[in-house]
Design a protein around this ligand. Sequence first.
Ligand code: MF3
Ligand code: CO
Ligand code: CO
Length: 254
Amino acid sequence: MVLLKNTVQIEGIRRAGRLASRCLDMVAGRVRPGVTTAKLDGLVGQFLTGHGAKSATLGYREAPADVPFPANSCISVNDEVVHGIPGPRTLRDGDLVKVDVTVVLDGFMGDTARTFLVGAVTEAGSSLARAAEKSLELAIGVVRDGVRLGDIGHAVQSHVEPLGFSVVREFGGHGVGLEMHEPPTVPHHGVPGRGMRVRSGMVFTIEPMINQGARDVELLDDGWTVVTADGSLSAQFEHTLVATGSGAEILTLS
Ligand code: MF3
Ligand code: CO
Ligand code: CO
């Protein structure tokens, strides 16, 4: 069942989403060569606690692995696509690092992610990150009451594939707000005019995972980290948004 949110709930999600975005602003100022991903995750935890919020990912379980996620944020570097576990890894010049934060504030959730470029990144890396960001922007641009999920996926796919990049299909955006993962799943590929209709009051994420090489992914033995099968780079941006009669409002803005 896809839940439509009322204005009180949307305001709660907006507050959680704004805090998630501010948290990523804080992280942006800390990403540099030499910092560990565990350090960044610790800063995320402190930031959320300091603002009366907490992380939705810490201790989160999901089939099939059912291993509790052990951190405040997902931090995925280079060929890691999503759900990377922060740890002793040190960021190096040229890395592409994706930081994904889901905030719980007063029972409401906001979910957002960005790709950061560490130091000097190759032109290939920065163009991949740019394509992922642009594809999210284009997808948000088609959202309004009555649009179909296939239109959203198509907006992502039709931007990145002509550039030679690929769209990961195993994970999609999702309903969000009262839980971290609610229906529906929002694929980042699709056929215009197909799929469920979006309605005003639907709150969901769009979070395209874009690979430099093939779209295939693999799950590491830690039960969480998803990597590209061919070892190529991956980039991701994510926003939480609400559909309205005239468009979409992004709920994860600072
Ligand atoms: N924030 C992630 C998303 O965009 C979910 C992470 S689940 C976790 O859906 F357990 F890996 F943290
Ligand atoms: Co999400
Ligand atoms: Co997320």
